[in-house]
Each structure stands twice: as structure tokens, then as C-alpha cells.
Design a protein around this ligand. Sequence first.
Ligand code: M6R
Length: 624
Amino acid sequence: MCGIIGCTGRDDAVDVVLHGLATLEYRGYDSAGLALVSGPQAAPELRVVKRAGKLASLQQAVEGQALPGRSGIGHTRWATHGAPTDRNAHPHVSGDGRLAVVHNGIIENHEALRSELVAAGVELASETDTELVAHLVAAERDALAGDGQAATTGSALAEALRRTVRRLEGQYALAVLDVHEPETIVAARYGAPLILGHDDDVSWLASDIAGLIAHTRDVEVLLDRQLAVLTPGGIAVTDLDGEPTEGLRYKVDWDVDAAEKQGYPHFMLKEIYEQPQALTDTLLGRLGEDGLLSLDEQRLAEGELRRIDKVYVVACGTSYHAGMVGRYAIEHWARLGVEVEIASEFRYRDPILNPHTLVVAISQSGETTDTIAAAAHARDQRAPVLAITNVVGSTLARQSDGVLYTRAGPEIGVAATKTFLTQVVATAVLALFLAQERRTLLPEEIGDAFARLEALGPLLEQVLAHDDRIAELAHHLSGADYFMFIARHAGLPIALEGALKLKEISYLHAEGFPAGEMKHGPIALIDDGGPVIAVATRSHVRAKLLSNLAEVRARGAVVVALATEGDPEIHAAADHVIGLPDVHELLAPILAVVPLQLLAYHVAVALGRDVDQPRNLAKTVTVE
Ligand code: M6R
């Protein structure tokens, strides 16, 4: 939520900050702004330009303005405190107009800080919590100068920020620029992501790697309660006492093309088409030559997983649906009871957890506040936590006892597609891994199931070949104002995911239901011509689902069925059929989700929606 970018050491700082904001816009698009230290060395000044609305408004405002400067910070906002207006847009500036702050997160003690500042006579220009930080840092910087105190790191700004963050409650990723130290950016983090980029004679920071990858692959994840001082000559990381320390430094292994549209009209469509490759990458090298499956990171004691007797999966949104699919595989293959929980609920419950409960936390970004808190809640009760995430070095990955990376590459469209599919694949791998540890499957059964997973890549290509037909169908259905998605068993999470995808990018009302529940209420919603989308692939409950289709059709629904190719009965039960290759029923969801992603995509396009940046949403939800 919110994107931060910063760079020092480039003569074209304004351009690189704007470019960085374009790559981070998917993190929030209520407003955008930038601050630069401009002007002659002898008399530098702070220049701030910010606009409500998408980045295009800022780009327009900047056009034609001479904005020289070698250091700059930028921000793209998902509004929390204060409406999305010019005034509330970041950067926020201190009363002397010489210091600017951008922020991602929420300062929870903002009311108390606001009262204190107002009582001290500070005039506030916005309704945001961030502006308070600008005033506090400036006051600390002035106090340090007044005391004549030497700063611990040589940067008074760093010491001022250190003193300020000690007073903040809540989450923050902060970057501060000050005319007094024109080529320095100071940054701090607690609970919201911030990545540093090392480069020759230039230093970078951004909320995520997409903002840096055009410039450097040498990145360092700033950790909680760390502070970084960026100058063109390099980056120094300290703790909050000013002691030198290090973040998590590594080389990014994907390149800039991965974060570009490459000729597709939208990132979402590109990412849907990347799924066969993403699936292959997620599985690559998982099964060793010894026939044994392994995790990417494993900090659990030997035998710990063997003693697990219960699994909780915690996640939000689409990742929650992936967890729901995973439940079927874990129960069936590893013979473990699984509860799947919405992280924002789980974190405030009092679940029965102990060292024999495995908590699987699923998060594409690895930065979703509720999922991280749910995992922490589990660890507090000594339950081991295993993360399934797409982001190396993310908070969730670092705070877990084991990690399975989904290796889907960057996902820029706000609607999760390839990351969902790879999460489902990862849950299947986890199910097999647990089966291996618990010896509930023979090694050859594990090998056979793994081979079936690998075989899905080419089958996904066959499913994608239905794109034109689905586009036609979407066009035909896009006039409907209410869509129902129904399914049973492992198809149910796919129905829920299909409904979520459609509502989030088309703004149409869509709901998913267990088909067996229809008669208990939802069937009252059916009226003439209303679309019902059914996941009706081969399974041990398919016959039951066919009866449910007959019931909704008899009441006037137009039924679109995703069915196994060659199913003789489905054509009599549905108005439109999309045929999918015949695979094991626990793996069928991996194919079935793709037509629903395409359907949502094409309906949204037909309605003229902003597919990649749907209203009110942001890619990474770092607030509660
Ligand atoms: O990064 P996460 O997987 O933790 O994000 C969780 C949800 O915010 C996310 O899955 C969201 O529901 C999707 N972007 C919707 O397509």
C-alpha cells in the first residue's frame, strides 16, 4: 500500500523518480508526488510537486518545469488518513519548507502527536499522519543543531529521524530529504517494506524491487527498526541506536522485462499468459535426484514436521482461496486436518495452537499486515510457521520457520492471477512434502503426483487457447448485473476466486457459492437470464453438481460450465461449455481458474474498466 521511491547521485533525479513511480503505481494510485533538492549548491532549495489522482496528473504538472536536482523522493498513495486530495498527497513538508517526508504505513499515535504539535504552535497543512513526522524530524534536526551535537553517523538528519521514530507507534517505511544535507536521503522502516538499491555512484530505495530493477539488481532489504543513510557514495545501515548493522542483501534474479507489458494491452493479461512458465518455475528442482521433495528454506528441527497433527492455513483475499484449494490436497495426501482461515480474523481469535500445529501463511507479497500478524500470533503459541510467498526476503519469509517460494516473477496487475496459480501449485507440493515426512504416501506415489503437476504446463497452454471464445462470451455476458459462481469440493475455491476476480476488476456484483447450498437461500437470486458460472470438471461430486445445474437452469439461469473435455452430459446441463483437459480432480482447479481469470478480464475490458488498477484497491495491503 503506497509506493516510495528515492535516489541520490543522478543528475536527472526527477526523471528517475517519475519512472520509479510509474513502476510502483500499482501499490496505490490516489495521488502522487515528488520532492527534489534543486538549485545551486550554495543555495539549494526544496521543490515539491504533488497531485491528487493517478500519476498522469503529476506527470502533467511536472511537464515543462525545470526541476534539476541530484536527489529526490517520490510517493504514490493509497489513502488512509485524509481524503485523496492535493493537500494530503505526499511528500509532506516541515514548517520551514526545507525537509520533505514520504511514508507508507499508519502512525497509530497520530492523535497524540498532532495535539502536541498544535499545542507547540505548528500549523498543519494536511489531515495526514505523515505530515506530523515531517515536523517532528525538522524539530529534532533543529534541536541537534542548537545543541551543537555531532550526529552518530555524521548525518544530523539520520539522528533526527532516529529520535523521531522512537516516538512513533504503528507501521512505517519513511524516506526523508532535507535541504541541509542535499545529497542525503534517510530512510527507516518498521512493519512496511523498504528495499535499498546499491549502484555505482548512485543509491536507491523503493517499496519493492519493481521500482529498482531498471537500475540495479544489487538490493538490500531494510529490516524492522533499521535506518539507512543514502548518499551517492553508498548506503550505511544502522540500528536505532546508531550502531552499524546490515539488512538482507541479495542479487535479484529477474530482469526488467518481467516488470513490463511486452506488447500486452494490460499486465493482467500478460500475467495470465505467463502461467504455464510460472508453474514450471515453481516446480523446478523441487524433487531431488534422491526422489525427495524439499522446501526452499527450512529452519525447523529434524522430525518436527513428522509430529504435526493439525494444519491451519492463514491468508487474505486470493491467497485465502489458494489455501482453500490446498486444504483438499493436504487432507487427502498427508492425512492431516486442515482449517483455512482469513488472517484478519484468525489474528484476533484464540485458536488452539501448540508446537504440533503447523501454520501455513500464504501471501504473494509476504507483506500483508494481517497475514504477518496471524503468523506472529501462531509463533507466540510456539506453533511452527511455514510461508508460501512470491517475494524473497519479504517480512513473512523472514519471520517463518520454513518457506516455499512461488517463483511467479513480479505481478504488477492488482488482480492476482499467476501468483494464485503458483500458490495452489505450492500447496500441492507442500501436501506431498508433508506426505513424505509423515510417510502417508509411498515415494513412487509422491513421484507420480509430482509428475502430474509438471504435466500441467502444456495443458495450461491448451486452456489459454480458449481465450477468443471466452472473450466473445464475456462480451455477451457483460450486460448482466449479477453473476453467480457455483461449484463443489476442490472446485469451490475456484468459484470463489472467479467471483472475486470479476468483482474487483469489473465492479459487477459477483458471488461464489457451494452448489449444494443454493437451495438454502441463494437460489432465490436466480432470475431469467442471470449468468451462473459452474466449475463442473470431473470429480466424485460431478453428478451432484449436474443436478444443481438443472435446478438453476429450471429457474431461468444461463449456465456457463467449465467441464472436462468429452463430458457427454454437460452439454445438456449448460448453455455454454468450456472444455478443460482431463486431470486428477485435486489438480483440476489449477486449470479451471484460468478461464475465470480470462472471463473477468474480458468483462472488465468490455465495460471499459481500469483492469490493472481497479478503483479503491492496491496491490499490497500493508495496513489493517
Ligand atoms: O500479497 P497477498 O497475497 O498477501 O495479498 C492478499 C490479497 O490482498 C490479495 O490476494 C488480493 O485479494 C488480490 N490482489 C486480489 O486479486
